[in-house]
Design a protein around this ligand. Sequence first.
Ligand code: GLV
Ligand code: MN
Ligand code: MN
Length: 394
Amino acid sequence: MGANELLADLAGVGRSPNGGYTRLSWDPATMELREWFVAQAEALGLAVTEDGNGNQLAWWGSGPDALLLGSHLDSVPSGGPLDGPLGVTSAFAAIAALRGSGWRPGRPIAVANFTDEEGGRFGVACLGSRLATGAIAPETALGLRDADGYSLAEVMSARGHDPHLAGPVGWLAECQYYIELHVEQGRWLGPAGAAVGVASAIWPHGRYRLDFCGQGNHAGATAMADRHDPMLAYAATMLAARELATVSGQRATLGRVQVEPNSTNSIPSRVTAWLDARASAEPELESLVAGIIVRAEAAATAEGATVEVRAESVTGAVEFDLELRHRLAQLLDAPVLPTGAGHDAGILAAKLPTAMLFVRNPTGVSHAPEEHAAPEDIDAGVAALTRVVQEVAG
Ligand code: GLV
Ligand code: MN
Ligand code: MN
């Protein structure tokens, strides 16, 4: 099957009411996708292994110096169809084409399905690849809790996976290169007139939890002058984030918020918000976040409220392997572009030469149902990946 057919095969899994997809790690949808991954791999004659973190691998051959492909099958809440699945389906399609043509690789090839790339359930992105590479301690990851209060350890156990096995993996030492194909996020390839691009770098980025605390009270009986409303401090922080990121040319988002008690006729007692901040370089990220925190503290103080800030994850700048990316850009005659989105490739880049291919997204939209790539561009992405596999694993 080609990548378009494989994607159509997944189209019913984890559908959200808004037409997008909600596939959070270890939920029924991703469990179904894990079974789908095994079935597709076996249909191609690939041997499936799984590490202690739940990362699945489908192997064409075995032994050292493997070329690793693939991506992830989880999504953000109500996300698009391609962020993650395009990389897995394209890798399967490229292998199917190569096997069908009688070509045989000169090194092992593996396709990965990394667990919880989006961090949509436990808050930290790229959990599977962070655990595999040792970028996060297993005890830290296993103690993370989802919105219902279940820890990752409890959730893995409930799914029949021993959490004691989580942590750095041996299979990584067998891999020589990782190449992840991904749908473009943002709109760059369209105006450049190219169906496929090669990644240069990933912007540094981080997630920060802000807890605003005030005095819960009656919406009708409390004079405006007497309020200690944490929602006001949160709102001021939102405006500050927009202003500071705009002025400095960086990115700041408050896309998730919890209000207690979340009642129309009550002044809230607590507002918890999560800041996602990204910048072109690490000092810019630090100064953006510091500026937003100063404004959050000032707004909280002015309201007689408080704010506490905790970094939940911070990922430094990633420059993809220069030699590999030049080789791929030359081979494909493709433009090279940076990205503001995080990827497992950014985590693996600390361990082995890593590259990414992007497939044109005409809407530029991602993490939303409108995320899109034309079927012919998906085919162009698979053709590009197939050439890359022949070049790197020939
Ligand atoms: C993952 O897609 C991220 O950049 O948050
Ligand atoms: Mn992704
Ligand atoms: Mn994503």
